[in-house]
Design a protein around this ligand. Structure first.
Ligand SMILES: NC(=O)c1ccc[n+]([C@@H]2O[C@H](COP(=O)([O-])OP(=O)(O)OC[C@H]3O[C@@H](n4cnc5c(N)ncnc54)[C@H](OP(=O)(O)O)[C@@H]3O)[C@@H](O)[C@H]2O)c1
Length: 279
């Protein structure tokens, strides 16, 4: 039995879909906060049990592997919640925990979630259970990262650095391959697209794709924060996002690795592939 948490969220649900192509449904379980949202999985023979990181209940019972999707509530004490879930999985006799960590998680990374992922990896290391931390590449929607370049012809963002922007669908497919046993990897591993690109690269790709000039405009950090606030983004959220740009230009996301391509058996989707879809 493979139990997937967060299976009513983006990455978890896509991973279950891929698992269903590889593993009999009666060997798949989901641990979800709201079972009604997972009825479509129950209808296909997946075991659906109620569980949260606060109280996993019996949702991990009988599982050989648990995919622990990192929480998404910035106001919560996520490290404690992850610890709770890891303890419950260990108590249930789980053989391996896979955890969705973050590419570039390293001491000193100014992007704040890095610390919570490192702390969770440390808890996994002390859990006594075999574990894999999937250090997933940045997979947010490209429009969110680039801003309204299609309308303005500009990528106007703070100074950035190279990042292997990754398609969440590719990460889901590769995670399912790992859970299905195609390969077993221990400890932290990077799951990210092969090539790291900058916003200047994006501008060139977008210009080539559209046949229109798309310019990279580097905004001063404080000017960018002021513009975000003026457009309705809370200052705290803008300053949080700024730490992302600071981390990219300090090179924390520059390195990728071969594992995603190996698990997929093909090249991961590139930013050019994804921009071509939305151009
Ligand atoms: N690598 C990246 O670029 C990147 C980007 C965004 C997020 N992330 C991280 O990766 C995770 C998965 O990404 P995603 O795109 O699938 O996010 P998502 O669509 O927001 O899904 C998060 C899932 O976590 C579940 N969850 C949150 N808190 C929980 C708790 N206390 N107990 C049980 N379940 C809980 C949610 O349950 P409900 O369905 O009940 O709400 C949801 O199913 C995120 O939560 C975040 O930590 C990574």
């Amino acid at each position: 039995m493979i139990v997937v948490t967060g299976a009513t969220g983006g990455l978890g649900s896509a991973t279950v879909e891929h698992l269903l192509k590889r593993v009999p449904a009666d060997q798949i379980g989901v641990s979800v906060r709201d079972t009604a949202k997972a009825q479509h999985f129950a209808d296909r023979g997946v075991r659906v049990r109620q569980g949260s990181y606060e109280d996993p209940g019996d949702s991990f019972a009988g599982a050989e592997q648990v995919l622990l999707i990192s929480g998404n509530d910035p106001a919560a004490d996520l490290v404690s919640l992850h610890r709770n879930a890891i303890d419950a999985a260990a108590a249930a006799g789980v053989r391996r925990i896979l955890y969705t960590s973050q590419h570039g998680a390293a001491p000193g990374n100014p992007y704040r979630p890095s610390d919570l992922h490192l702390a969770t990896e440390a808890i996994l290391g002390e859990s006594g259970v075999a574990w894999t931390a999937l250090r997933n590449g940045a997979y947010g929607p490209l429009d969110q990262v680039l801003g309204p370049w299609q309308r303005t012809g500009e990528i106007a963002q703070p100074e950035d650095g190279p990042v292997p922007y990754t398609d969440r669908a590719d990460i889901a497919e590769a995670t399912a391959a790992l859970l299905a046993g195609d390969r077993s990897v221990d400890g932290p591993v990077t799951l990210a697209a092969t090539a790291a690109v900058t916003f200047a690269d994006f501008a060139k790709i977008a210009s080539d794709l559209t046949g229109r000039p798309v310019n990279r405009v580097v905004l001063d950090d404080e000017q960018w924060v002021a513009e975000q606030i003026a457009s309705g983004v809370p200052e705290q959220a803008a300053r949080f996002m700024l730490t992302w740009y600071q981390a990219t230009r300090a090179g924390y996301f520059a390195e990728s690795g071969p594992l995603l391509a190996e698990l997929l058996g093909r090249e991961p989707r590139t930013v050019a592939d994804r921009l071509a879809e939305s151009a």
